[in-house]
Design a protein around this ligand. Structure first.
Ligand SMILES: [Zn+2]
Length: 204
């Protein structure tokens, strides 16, 4: 891990350890990185198509990703907070969701959660296995955990958690880190698809 830091140039590594915490807010992320060395490997492979790390693989965008992401962003434009998601199975949209936190008095009603709940309300949960979830914002740890529990095969997001954190509060744990903490996880992650369009919703 020497010489590798997820946290940018503000951080100077300490001699001997190769990596030292740089403030309380980053301690947990630092500790997680220490525990999950494979997670760092995953970050290093971000732009490589489907190279393995523990729990999750990074996957390059597919030609069809932008069209589905536009649907997720359209959901986000209608949401209480501008987050939207669609679930795609065998090339077809099978569920949609948008943040309904205020509407339903439910802080867990994130776009991804709403899309999953709508799907399982009418179809077998097993049909989510291998499906792709498109979301305008990188899944938070709650949503990413739900995605993993449901066995989805791929998640595609627009804006990253770090980008979203410039707009509103976020739990600073990446979808990759959550997946890498799940030994059973077998999911591909693609980020940055139409990120600027998703972030622009925060200015409306
Ligand atoms: Zn969420």
């Amino acid at each position: 891990m020497i010489g590798i830091c997820r946290c940018g140039p503000r951080h100077a590594a300490s001699p001997g350890s190769g990596h030292a915490p740089h403030g309380q807010s980053n301690d947990r992320r630092w500790a997680l990185s220490r525990l999950l060395g494979a997670g760092l490997a995953g970050v290093a492979l971000m732009n490589a198509p489907r190279q393995a790390s523990a729990g999750a693989t990074r996957m390059a965008p597919l030609p069809s990703d932008e069209a589905f992401m536009r649907l997720a962003i359209a959901e986000a434009a209608l949401a209480d907070f501008p987050f939207g998601a669609v679930i795609v199975r065998e090339g077809a949209v099978v569920s949609t969701g948008r943040n309904l936190g205020r509407t339903t008095n439910d802080p867990t009603a994130h776009g991804e959660m709403v899309a999953i709940r709508r799907f399982v309300a009418s179809r077998p949960a097993d049909e989510l296995k291998g499906a792709t979830l498109y979301t305008s914002g990188e899944p938070c740890p709650m949503c990413m955990s739900a995605i993993l529990w449901c066995g989805l095969g791929r998640v595609v997001y627009a804006a990253s958690i770090e980008e979203l954190a410039t707009k509103l509060g976020q739990i600073m744990l990446s979808s990759q880190a959550v997946a890498d903490a799940a030994p059973f996880a077998n999911i591909a992650i693609t980020g940055g698809v139409l990120a600027d369009e998703a972030l622009a919703l925060f200015h409306n």
